[in-house]
Design a protein. Structure first.
Length: 257
DNA sequence: ATGCAGATAATCT
DNA sequence: GATTATCTGCATG
């Protein structure tokens, strides 16, 4: 292996043609490439289909927003949430079934400079959450401290930023980039093309599972999977219901607890 | 280390 | 009008 070069075969579409909770643990250790940046997945969450998983976006059926999840497997489902974040998923099961695996965290294994630049600045066609508009552009955040390597893709929205995944990438075929991967030219994959590489699958003994993060329903379904001890796995955060504005919440003056 | 509040807009009831 | 598959900065221990 040459320096700065990463090579690996791409996963076939059939890999994703299974229930998301079966695909999810097997994605650990795999590498998602998009343009110049590649991330080795260390934490994922499975989301089921209509009527079976209350926490899934597809629970109440197909809508314009979740339509990609009902399409063929191996495509990216990228959604916008909290008014500022994008999160990326890989679609599972054949066309007609709506399920996917949320990519929660990973280790940047290629294009680290590009990934850091994206995480540091507000550029790149996105607004970064809670960011300060200022950035020196030399890899330091507005606070003056550089983002640690392990934090570059530690969390679903951070991972999406590091990989440069935006609204326009919703529906992108993550199998189509396989031809570039086959050329063993990771850094030669053009922006807009993606692929999931074999990487080094996590050993079964190192895989842990537990409840999913940040959801208000189906709290006990243990469909979050991660590589035990990996520093890039995000800290678990339970869902916290938020009362946005006490005054606006109750017009009648009946204040709640 | 842990916890809270605020940001901010698409989507759904 | 309420919720949201989140992140960050600031506060506290």
């Amino acid at each position: 292996m040459g320096s700065g070069e990463l090579s690996s075969a791409a996963l076939p579409r059939g890999f994703f043609d299974r229930p998301s909770h079966e695909v999810a643990p097997e994605l650990l250790g795999r590498v998602l490439v998009h343009g110049p940046v590649a991330v080795r997945l260390t934490e994922v969450e499975a989301y089921g289909g209509p009527g079976e998983d209350p926490a899934a976006h597809t629970y109440r059926g197909k809508t314009p927003r979740n339509a990609v999840m009902f399409g063929p497997p191996g495509h990216l489902y990228v959604y916008f949430t909290y008014g500022m974040h994008f999160c990326a998923n890989l679609v599972c099961l054949p066309e007609g079934f709506g399920s996917a695996v949320l990519l929660r965290a990973g280790e940047v294994v290629a294009g680290i400079d590009e990934a850091r630049a994206r995480r540091t600045s507000t550029g790149n066609g996105r607004t970064s959450a809670g960011n300060s508009p200022t950035s020196t552009g030399n890899g330091t955040a507005a606070s003056g401290r550089a983002i640690p390597d392990r934090d570059l893709a530690r969390g679903p929205a951070r991972l999406a930023v590091a990989l440069g995944l935006l609204r326009e990438h919703n529906g992108l075929d993550a199998i189509a980039g396989a031809s570039f991967a086959a050329d063993r030219r990771l850094t030669g994959i053009p922006h807009g093309a993606a692929a999931v590489l074999e990487g080094r699958p996590a050993e079964a003994a190192s895989i842990r599972s537990g409840p999913r993060t940040g959801i208000s329903t189906a709290k006990d379904t243990p469909w979050r999977f991660w590589i035990d001890g990996d520093p890039t796995v995000s800290p678990y955060r339970a869902h916290v219901p938020r009362r946005r504005n006490a005054a606006a919440t109750s017009v009648g003056g009946a204040s709640r607890s």
